[in-house]
Design a protein around this ligand. Structure first.
Ligand code: NAD
Ligand code: MG
Length: 388
């Protein structure tokens, strides 16, 4: 049976992994829409290859080039934020949400509002919108399939169990490429060093988030919303080999873990085939070759981002959206050489401290307002403070 698919963020790392699986199962899928920020040549080539009905660029300035690239192909072209939401609102069997950042929130909400099944990689959208998104999921009867490897692992471990029986959920963290560095070395870390992840190949933003541990902070907030066990039962442990993708301990002290290769095609395949399974082209997990699996606590003195995220979700209200927005500004500034690595968390903390009177967002529009004003606050701190 053929199923229809829309892929938001088709030209990114998750987009490429998703399309690799679709390419290997070409008859199983009919592609409705593919989107990108701009990357016109790449998007047009994918839309033609996968015989998509629609290709959308978020940046309206890229529309003429997209139209040129798609001329004569029969693929419809569109652009702009509203067009991304309209693409996401088209009825399909599966939406893969793989835009990076809060920019993906509007399209994800559009897919939720039509009651779709959404494979959610775009964690920033859920971190920012939190309760607003989860209430919309319940109201519209949408299905969220966690695609982030940790949350996909937890989702699999919970299968067949009652959430009331969960004693503890433990997110594993690789610790990133700078895990063993000293404070002085971290102060001088370059973008190239921060994005050189030892286990995973990912987009630049999430790679920096892995290096600062903000990725695990965002995932902690993501887990809080996806798995309603309460903050007391959510934990993080560093596991440098990235083989155990997360664990669930039950009240009888039985712990279930999900293991697998560190390749996003595994959790993506689990979402695409859910509730069944499909093949992936990956080699079997060879534990004897891996030899050792090790675990250690997080080091919040050197990597304060997980503390900031815990504090933000404990405070609730607008704090998670502010944390996310400030982090997006800080990571972009770091990648463009305007901010030192160790000042990323500092900028997030300072933005949160100055935004503590922001109201609790109760709608998508209010979340986006909080996001925008936190970005303005973070940018003005960047310009005025000696954070570099
Ligand atoms: P990426 O940077 O490789 O790709 C991002 C995609 O989003 C691209 O298609 C890009 O064109 C599009 N995009 C970027 N900005 C946009 C905008 N303003 N409007 C519309 N489209 C825009 O990112 P990625 O690594 O594939 O990550 C995507 C999401 O998945 C992120 O939220 C990330 O945290 C999450 N995630 C990624 C991985 C991974 O292994 N890459 C693992 C877990 C979760
Ligand atoms: Mg993850």
């Amino acid at each position: 049976m053929t199923r229809s698919l829309t892929l938001l963020g088709a030209t990114g790392s998750i987009g490429a992994s998703t399309l690799d699986l679709v390419r290997r199962n070409r008859d199983a899928w009919q592609v409705e829409a593919l989107t990108a920020h701009c990357s016109v040549a790449e998007l047009a080539a994918l839309a033609i290859e996968f015989d998509a009905k629609l290709a959308v660029v978020g940046d309206e300035a890229c529309l003429p080039a997209l139209r040129d690239a798609l001329a004569g192909s029969g693929v419809e072209a569109a652009a702009g934020r509203a067009a991304l939401c309209e693409a996401a609102a088209r009825p399909v069997d599966m939406t893969v949400a793989a835009i990076v950042g809060c920019a993906g929130l509007g399209p994800v909400m559009a897919a939720i509002e039509r009651g779709g099944t959404i494979a959610l990689a775009n964690k920033e959208a859920l971190v920012s919108a939190g309760e607003v998104m989860m209430q919309a999921v319940a109201r519209h009867g949408a299905t969220l399939l966690p695609t982030d490897s940790e949350h996909n692992a937890i989702f699999q471990c919970l299968n067949g169990n009652r959430i009331e029986d969960v004693a503890r959920i433990t997110l594993t963290a690789s610790g990133g490429p700078l895990r063993t560095w000293s404070q002085a070395e971290l102060d001088a870390a370059t973008p190239a060093q921060a994005v050189a992840h030892p286990n995973w190949s990912m987009g630049a933003k999430i790679s920096v988030d892995s290096a600062t541990m903000m990725n695990k902070g965002l995932e902690y907030i993501e887990a809080y919303h996806l798995f309603p066990v309460g903050l007391d039962r959510l934990h993080i442990v560093v596991h440098p080999q990235s083989v155990v993708h997360s664990m669930v301990e039950f009240r009888d002290r039985s712990t279930l873990a999900q293991l697998g290769p560190s390749d996003m095609r595994v959790p993506i395949a689990s979402c695409l085939a859910w509730p069944q399974r499909m093949e992936t082209p990956l080699a079997p997990l060879d534990l004897a070759a891996i030899g050792q699996l090790t675990f250690e606590p997080t080091n919040e003195a050197l990597f304060p981002a997980t503390r900031l995220a815990r504090e933000a979700i404990a405070a609730g209200g607008s704090a998670p959206a502010i944390l996310n927005a400030a982090n997006e500004v800080a990571v972009a500034a770091f990648l463009s050489g305007q901010l030192r690595f160790t000042r990323i968390a500092a900028l997030v903390e300072e933005t949160l401290a100055r935004s503590n009177d922001a109201p609790r967002p109760a709608s998508l529009a209010e979340v986006l307002d909080v996001d925008q004003s936190a970005r303005r606050q973070a940018r003005s701190l960047l310009e005025t403070q000696a954070l570099v």
